[in-house]
Design a protein around this ligand. Structure first.
Ligand code: BEZ
Length: 234
């Protein structure tokens, strides 16, 4: 069993279901979070520095994810009492980069059997046989996996990017657009051409004048930050 590796879920797959014990009680994932976006993420180990810096950052940003109708769920192959002791230490003792008294209110899964970590391809034996890598699964309200990020053990995640991915996915869905490199709310968006007839539709709606075309296959239009903000998370 030592080297058992599951087929990894992929973008577009339905999020595999599981039941687990967490710091917030038992959960059935993803069923308990119907109608919400979910970010399921793993960390290698409790009481380690990179993971501590990440948890403090997630804790600090929890309200921002909540405002985007998104449930955070963490996981490591540690046990429940380790999780509880670590989160208490973070809250009571650690001050880091201006963050202090950070209370983690989202569920943190205990996965000592590694069953969930294996189900989600979080054990990547070339990196570690005994702990999960830093995986981030973005799962939409229909329980479909929409983006997967992996980081190695020694590199903490970029939380601006995690939030940007979430906002980008919600924007693409809400406005039927695609998003160019390094897109952020307020930047121009791409009007789909092939397949979805986005450019033809814009023409029919009399919006052609608002489009900027770099070539026949590459057209953009304005989408204000306010329009994005007014739709997201809903
Ligand atoms: C850390 O979070 O600091 C860490 C965890 C596992 C391996 C290396 C670093």
């Amino acid at each position: 069993m030592e080297n058992q590796v599951n087929a990894m879920p992929r973008i577009g797959d339905k999020a595999p279901s599981f039941s687990a014990v967490t710091t917030q009680g038992p959960i059935n994932f993803p069923e308990d979070f119907k109608g919400k976006w979910k970010i399921l993420f793993s960390h290698p180990a409790d009481f380690t520095p990179v993971c501590t810096s990440e948890f403090m950052t997630f804790g600090k940003m929890a309200d921002e994810f909540e405002a985007l109708n998104t449930q955070l769920v963490g996981l490591s192959v540690d046990g429940l009492y380790s999780h509880i002791a670590w989160l208490r230490t973070i809250k009571d003792k650690i001050e880091y980069k201006g963050m202090k008294n950070i209370e983690i209110k989202f569920p943190l899964i205990e996965d000592i059997t590694m069953n969930v970590a294996r189900l989600y391809g979080m054990i990547q034996p070339g990196e570690s046989q005994t702990s999960a890598v830093r995986a981030v699964f973005f799962i939409d309200p229909q329980d479909k996996i929409r983006t997967i990020l992996y980081y190695p053990l020694a590199l903490g995640r970029n939380f601006d990017e995690i939030k940007r991915v979430l906002i980008g996915l919600q924007t693409a869905d809400n406005f039927s657009v695609a998003l160019p490199a390094d897109w952020r709310p307020g930047d121009e968006v791409i009007v789909p051409t092939a397949g979805s007839c986005g450019v033809a539709k814009a023409r029919m709606n009399g919006e052609e004048g608002k489009m900027k075309c770099y070539d026949w296959f590459f057209c953009t239009k304005e989408l204000s930050r306010e329009e994005v903000e007014s739709k997201l998370g809903k």
